[in-house]
Design a protein around this ligand. Sequence first.
Ligand SMILES: Cc1cc2nc3c(=O)[nH]c(=O)nc-3n(C[C@H](O)[C@H](O)[C@H](O)COP(=O)(O)OP(=O)(O)OC[C@H]3O[C@@H](n4cnc5c(N)ncnc54)[C@H](O)[C@@H]3O)c2cc1C
Length: 396
Amino acid sequence: MDFQYTPEQDAFRAEVRDWLAANLDPALCVDDPKDERVAPDRETFEKRRLWQRAMYAGGWVGVAWPTEYGGRGAGLLEQVIFDEEYTNAHAPVLPGYSGIALCGPTLMHWGSDEQKERFLKRILNGDDVWCQGYSEPGAGSDLAGLQTRAVAEGDDFIINGQKVWTSGAQYADWIFMLVRTDPDAPKHRGISYMLVNMKTPGVTVRPLVLMNGHAHFNEVFFEDVRVPKANLVGPLNQGWKVAMTTLMFERAYAGVGNYDDQIGRLMELSQQVHIAGSPAWEQSWVRQKLVQFRIESQALKYTRLRGLTKLLKGLPPGPEGSMLKLCGSELGIDIAAFASELLAGAAITEQATEIVPDAPRWFNRVLSARQYTIAGGTSEIQKNIMGERVLGLPKG
Ligand SMILES: Cc1cc2nc3c(=O)[nH]c(=O)nc-3n(C[C@H](O)[C@H](O)[C@H](O)COP(=O)(O)OP(=O)(O)OC[C@H]3O[C@@H](n4cnc5c(N)ncnc54)[C@H](O)[C@@H]3O)c2cc1C
């Protein structure tokens, strides 16, 4: 593993930084962008869609996507450099992230030429914003238990059923979803992967609210929804394989969180807030906690780089995605718990104070951290994967 960037990569980083400095409106920036990856209201959503268009015009959406699909055609390392700079700038998560990170790469692997032609560029420029229709009321960790049915009729499928926890469905133009097309086959073999326009008659979206008050996800109901057979991705009844491709991209993406900014801010605060009349920093347990967070954050960084090295060598992604997802989301919870301990009332009342002017941010962190241990596969499921694939333990 070589940690040195080439002069070209350093120049690329400078170019990204300069472009963001010149083009990113500070009013679009967010303290913890991942916690607000779905816009809080339609107006913000539309502003972010325009921002995505501006970025696309500048050649900054789909940095590692092939040029034939509208991407920049740069390497994986350039994508990583771009993501680092974008995160450091506190720029908002693009409204099209599900399409860019999940559906688009899946279509590149499994889509027909017609599907690639029809959808990929529109994903990048924000014309089509996508949501992910996997989970159902009775199918989450046991995703293959899904019951939403699609029945063939002439050139179409007719879909009936319900999805739940669908992030961003309230704004989405399209949903990529899993449906049961053969109820008599073993459960993993009767599933298909379909693309459905959210404006199709019979699709109803009802909002659900996270405990931080953010309208992040939704229930989505399908009642006699007619979908052309041309919108089937991959072979009929083999949607499980297609779904796993998307999940592989999702876990890699889910582990991309970076806590350095939060840890740095907590270090500053620990010198300002007091415990028993002196700065909290003077307590050895406070310093130990903060240093431990830094160590874990660095360990995550190098695990991420290890995974990246494999990909750069052309090897398939390994269990690093599950490790990053598990350790990254659990670190987020530990940081939030420590922030509530250190900041006491300031972290739970959403009121800025003189010493903690960013208290509402910490309030939001404390309430938001838990979602990452659930979304994209729970911590227990990641442990099962690592137990089986890394430690070689028998299936639970
Ligand atoms: C913020 C957020 C956004 C989301 N966005 C989307 C989205 O856009 N699209 C989408 O399709 N879904 C989305 N989800 C849903 C998410 O994928 C599911 O919540 C997740 O897969 C868990 O499923 P479940 O909620 O049905 O819990 P369950 O599967 O019912 O699990 C309940 C508990 O049992 C444990 N458990 C279950 N099975 C096992 C096992 N075999 N071994 C050990 N423990 C087990 C789980 O770890 C968990 O603690 C989102 C969730 C969140 C929190």
